[in-house]
Design a protein around this ligand. Structure first.
Ligand code: BTN
Length: 252
């Protein structure tokens, strides 16, 4: 069970806990159909049986060991073309939280995987529901590996593996929500450029030479940043190339 956090203004004040569900993102989207569902509602479960990941992947998490939840946000102040700013804000809220728990610096692997020591500790799936006049609502799904010790994927890690500590999920949730809310409110106050700079500062492998793969062809390049639409900028032999989320991947 989870308590309503005391340290936030609106995030998590309406807390919907279900012991088990297919996907908290799907359940949150259903709840959002009801007019009375307020912004900041959190849907959280101990056991997600069909967790959804980015690019049609699934998200696996051992029951009762991790934080698996979705937030309902209504960022009507954001234009559709600026929707990537929400990804930046959520990534930063999570890295702020991680800075209080792990010594090693967390990095944001574009577009928004959270990496510590070269392994993924947290996945984010943001599903924006757009209307002609802007973003109607966003379902922000977060899977944060906390106490799980064994993973099928060799590239996954948890806070327990990083620190050898056992965490109280309820306590960690409250801390994380307060940091997510603080970043969201900064965006609402118009601090987009500061947030973007911070995001770029934490961007994984930025300004380093690495090998990439795009449409089956390999090349070497340097990540230089992200454009306003959230596409990644890679300098390839002195020429800037821009890729969307499904168009490029690291080769190694
Ligand atoms: C990814 O890295 O591929 C994104 C993973 C997102 C997983 C979370 S867990 C809670 C929420 N509900 C879902 O079905 N997915 C997200």
């Amino acid at each position: 069970m989870y308590k309503i956090p005391a340290s936030t203004l609106f995030l998590g004040k309406n807390l919907v806990y279900v012991p088990q569900c297919h996907s908290t993102n799907a359940l949150a989207a259903e709840l959002d159909q009801k007019a009375e569902t307020p912004e900041g509602t959190i849907v959280i479960t101990d056991n997600q049986t069909s967790g959804r990941g980015q690019r049609g992947n699934s998200w696996e998490a051992q029951p009762g060991k991790n934080l698996t939840f979705s937030l309902i946000l209504k960022p009507r102040f954001l234009a559709v073309k600026d929707q990537f700013q929400l990804n930046q804000v959520v990534s930063l809220g999570i890295t702020d939280y991680l800075a209080t728990v792990v010594e090693k610096k967390a990095r944001i692997k574009w577009p928004n995987d959270i990496i510590v020591q070269e392994r993924k500790v947290c996945g984010i799936l943001i599903e924006n529901h757009l209307k002609a006049d802007g973003i109607h609502h966003s379902i922000v799904g977060i899977g944060l590996n906390i106490n799980q010790q064994v993973f099928e994927s060799p590239s996954a890690i948890s806070l327990n593996l990083l620190t050898k500590e056992e965490f109280q999920l309820d306590h960690e949730l409250a801390l994380l929500l307060s940091m997510l809310e603080a970043r969201y409110l900064q965006l609402k106050r118009g601090m987009h450029r500061e947030l973007e700079n911070h995001y770029l500062h934490l961007l994984y492998r930025k300004d380093e030479i690495h090998r990439f793969n795009a449409q089956g062809s390999e090349f070497e390049g340097i990540i230089t940043g992200v454009d306003d639409a959230g596409k990644i900028r890679i300098n390839v032999g002195g020429v800037e190339r821009i890729f969307g989320a499904k168009e490029v991947a690291f080769s190694e």
